[in-house]
Write a protein that binds this ligand. Structure first.
Ligand SMILES: Cc1ncc(C[n+]2csc(CCOP(=O)(O)OP(=O)(O)O)c2C)c(N)n1
Length: 373
């Protein structure tokens, strides 16, 4: 494994001191390092990966330095446009280092949603003309390789990428034994249970990326309920509410989107489209734990903004925030009774069970069951 301290030292030695990105579980130790050592002028967790590239670009314009943008490879799609139509050497020619967590790497066991993205990660970078270095626990001469790659970014004034395999970094910098946490008061899992138990008859659920979908799947198993009313947005983070809207337009049942705060922020423009849809059967619930809990708990800004005001401004007719189980139970009937698009923010604690299982049905099986095929 590569000591995180050595890697960070190499970045520092190359003058890299500005970071923007969306967290990834493979890079969670790097996120912890940034949390500990970078000031808020040096590190921004952005809403999506394209934003991170744009922010880094702006940073370069202001300082002429070479920033680092980190992401999971599933975020490459979000980053693609500003990379090829702005940062590319044929346009503004901006030096930056992309640090990309390689989920779904061929030969490494991973979830179905990561397979394709993992298989095409290197060829996508090649098609984009982005020189890259693969970093894994066995990479030799990492100093030379990284120094050379960053030199290329600077001399050619272009984006370059470091593609990081699973279990590459040895976290030798951050205290890994966290202090004993108090038992969470109101978990995402509990919120999902209360929502599911109050769903109107025939309601369909579109659930967001990450642990929420795993928790929903497990809950249905525990309650011996079928999965055919649930669509799990296992990939495409941030798109659950538009999937729900697409459904709600042509399915008269109640369509309930269970969203995450990080996901809702990632493509917040969707709220305007949802809110103005005028659909009585569209219900949007954001479970706000103020962080990207599924990939390491890195902070979002969602507890610092009034999501209910955003939703109201975006045209949602009903927009309410609750902070306890009792409030949630009380408000759910009103949410479901709303005759225009309705929004509910549920403030919850961070954290999830370590022994949470994974969906045992394939995405294709789930889709067919959901569509009643
Ligand atoms: C485009 C994209 N970027 C990053 C990820 C990695 N990822 C998976 S879940 C997740 C966090 C989601 O946070 P939030 O919506 O707040 O839900 P929580 O995990 O807190 O329940 C991230 C960043 C991804 N799947 N897709």
């Amino acid at each position: 494994m590569i000591a995180l301290s050595q890697f960070c030292q190499l970045l520092k030695g190359n003058g890299i001191d500005f970071f923007a990105g969306v967290p990834d579980s493979l890079l969670s130790s790097f996120s912890q390092y940034l949390e500990k050592s970078a000031s808020k002028e040096q590190h921004v967790i952005t809403a999506n990966e394209g934003n991170a590239v744009a922010l880094a670009l702006g940073h370069h314009l202001a300082t002429a330095s070479t920033p680092l943008v980190y992401m999971q490879n599933s975020g490459l799609g979000n980053a693609y446009n500003p990379l090829v139509s702005l940062a590319d050497p044929e346009v503004y020619s901006i030096p930056m280092v992309l640090l990309i967590g390689w989920r779904g790497q061929p030969g490494v066991k991973d979830e179905p949603q990561h397979k394709k993205q993992g298989a095409i990660t290197l060829s996508t970078l090649e098609a984009m003309g982005i020189p890259y270095l693969q970093l894994n626990a066995n990479t030799e001469n990492i100093s030379d390789c990284i120094n050379e790659l960053i030199k290329k970014a600077k001399t050619d004034s272009r984006p370059v990428a470091i593609v990081v395999s699973k279990s590459t970094f040895l976290n030798d910098m951050v205290e890994t034994t966290s202090p004993p946490k108090k038992t969470p008061l109101f978990t995402r899992e509990k919120a999902i249970e209360l929502i599911v138990n109050s769903l109107p008859k025939n309601a369909k659920v579109v659930c967001t990326t990450g642990m929420a979908s795993r928790e929903l799947f497990e809950l249905r198993e525990q309650q011996s309920q079928p999965h055919n009313n649930d669509f799990l947005t296992v990939g495409g983070m941030g798109h659950a509410s538009q999937i729900a809207l697409g459904l709600a337009m042509y399915d008269s049942n109640d369509i309930v989107c269970i969203d995450g705060d990080g996901a809702a922020l990632m493509h917040m423009g969707s709220l305007a489209i949802n809110g103005h849809s005028q659909l009585s059967n569209f219900k949007h619930i954001v479970l706000n734990n103020g962080c990207h809990d599924s990939v390491g708990g890195q902070a979002t800004l969602s507890k610092k903004i009034e999501l209910t005001n955003v939703a109201k401004s975006c045209g949602y007719h009903f927009s309410v925030k609750v902070t306890s189980q009792t409030e949630l139970n009380n408000v759910l009937p009103n949410l479901f009774a709303s005759s225009l698009p309705a929004f509910l923010e549920v403030v919850i604690d961070r954290g999830h069970r370590r022994d949470l299982s994974r969906p045992t049905e394939t995405p294709l099986q789930c889709k067919l069951a959901f569509m009643g095929c």
